[in-house]
Design a protein around this ligand. Structure first.
Ligand code: HEM
Length: 426
């Protein structure tokens, strides 16, 4: 792909390409996991391969032993022990598009130091200050323009809004806000660099690399300008430029590569989660009215959705030393697929796990990961989703499913989503 075609990349096409790559076959992943939970806590082999999707071990996944775990306690203890079960391979799986401060793929001391430095920027005390800004962008740019249409597919809004918000939080200039759609497409092209089909790998990597470079240049321009201007401001880049831990601060390259990684991490994940939250709200009998009348239920709705239908169905780790799990010997260098979607429905921990119940007592689940790599942006994501659901219910009166269209269906083997959420309003 030439530089100019990267420039012309389109958000809708880039999103569909990622969805197609990670959708896989129609096997019922919940049922497949349930059988494994009952039958064998450790699957010896590449469990995920049967769904036809790549893991983030990329091209390495077939050249090493693979295992999968399904039960709550196993997933929790593996994700918690990041020294034994490491993540460094992720950067290799995606190739050079993910250089620099790719925190997701860091291990050990390096990860702990960077995480400690970044963490304060993402804690609720800081994030909640962004509520007004997030709310304003969602209402002004996305929901108000819909009001007179009286019907539509809410995922047309869902596709753009998370990156538009990151664009605002990163302090990009507001005189050309449409630029975010291009950045969102580039971010998705970076995710698409991971392929199982070797024939597609080279092209996908080249595209991911070019998109990564284009994104780097765009963010770098802002970072250099902000640093020269005194690194002020309460937005994300201002805060990252000033972040400090034990006398260490981030250089420009680190801020740029971290922000660049945030776009794929923050974009399609939030889009897909909005789709599942809306699907559950509209599809569950009586729930829409309850949430419309009592907005304190929006948070439990989001939490229960990320338990019941986590958008990323599994996380992979590389084993750093020989270990034994439930009597199965796993040698160093193997991959372990932690089936999040299974652990979140483990009947030994959650009562009636296949029932969607926003009133259930909250317990940790793994939709945002767990342990040292747990989603650093989870409070941003939950705030965005909360603002989005509230704006939809406030501004689109008597919103309900469109009786002339199919109700939303959540599907996908690696990344789950409801592709369309068709609604009407008065
Ligand atoms: C609903 C939307 C989101 C979901 C479902 C989600 C999910 C996740 C998960 C499961 C992980 C753990 C990955 C692992 O263990 O390998 C993760 C990590 C991460 N997420 Fe999110 N995420 C979302 C939104 C965001 C947002 C909005 C941001 C940024 C503002 C963000 C930034 C990150 C970063 C930087 C990491 C890596 C943390 C580390 O390795 O220490 N995410 N996310």
């Amino acid at each position: 792909m030439s530089d100019s075609s990267v420039q012309d990349m389109n958000l809708e096409t880039a999103y569909s390409a990622v969805s197609d790559l990670y959708k896989g076959t129609d096997v019922d992943i919940h049922e497949a996991c349930k059988q494994m939970r009952d039958k064998a806590p450790v699957y010896e082999g590449n469990f995920i391969a049967q769904f036809g999707v790549p893991t983030n071990a990329g091209i390495h996944q077939d050249s090493r032993p693979n295992y999968a775990v399904f039960r709550y306690n196993d997933v929790m203890s593996i994700l918690r022990d990041a020294d034994t079960y490491t993540s460094g391979f992720i950067a290799r799986g995606f190739g050079e598009a993910f250089d620099g401060l790719t925190i997701l793929a860091m291990d050990g001391e390096q990860h702990r130091n960077v995480r400690t430095l970044l963490q304060p920027t993402f804690m609720p005390a800081t994030v909640n200050k962004w509520r007004e800004r997030i709310d304003e962008v969602i209402r002004r740019d996305f929901i108000r323009p819909l009001v007179d249409k009286k019907k539509g597919n809410l995922m047309e809004f869902g596709l753009g809004f998370p990156i538009r918000i990151m664009y605002a939080l990163m302090g990009f200039p507001e005189d050309d806000p449409e630029k975010y759609r291009k950045y969102a497409a580039w971010a998705l092209a970076m995710v698409g660099g991971n392929q199982i089909d070797p024939d597609k790998l080279q092209d996908a990597r080249a595209t991911a690399h070019q998109a990564g470079k284009a994104l780097y240049d765009a963010i770098n321009e802002i970072v250099v300008e902000r640093r020269a201007g005194g690194s002020e401001g309460d937005d994300l880049i201002g805060r990252l430029l000033r972040a400090e831990h034990e006398g260490r601060m981030l250089n420009d390259h680190e801020v740029v590569t971290f922000c660049r990684m945030l776009l794929p991490a923050a974009g399609e994940t939030t889009t897909r989660t909005l789709s599942t939250v809306l699907a559950m709200m509209f599809n569950t009998p009586g729930l829409l009215d309850r949430v419309r009348d009592d907005r304190s239920l929006v948070s439990p709705l989001i939490n229960e959705t990320t338990r019941y239908e986590p958008v990323a169905t599994f996380k992979v780790r590389e084993v750093a030393k020989d270990v034994e799990l439930h009597g199965v010997k796993i040698e160093k260098g193997s991959f372990v697929q932690c089936m999040v979607t299974s652990a979140n429905r483990d009947e030994s921990v959650f009562e009636n796990p296949d029932e969607f119940n926003i009133d259930r007592r909250q317990k940790p689940s793994f939709g945002f990961g767990f342990g040292p790599h747990m989603c650093i942006g989870q409070f941003v994501a939950k705030l965005e989703l909360n603002c989005a659901v509230n704006a939809i219910l406030d501004l689109l009166p008597n919103i309900r499913l469109d009786p002339d269209k199919p109700a939303p269906v959540i599907q996908g083997a690696q990344l789950r989503e409801a592709k369309e959420v068709h609604v009407i309003w008065d």
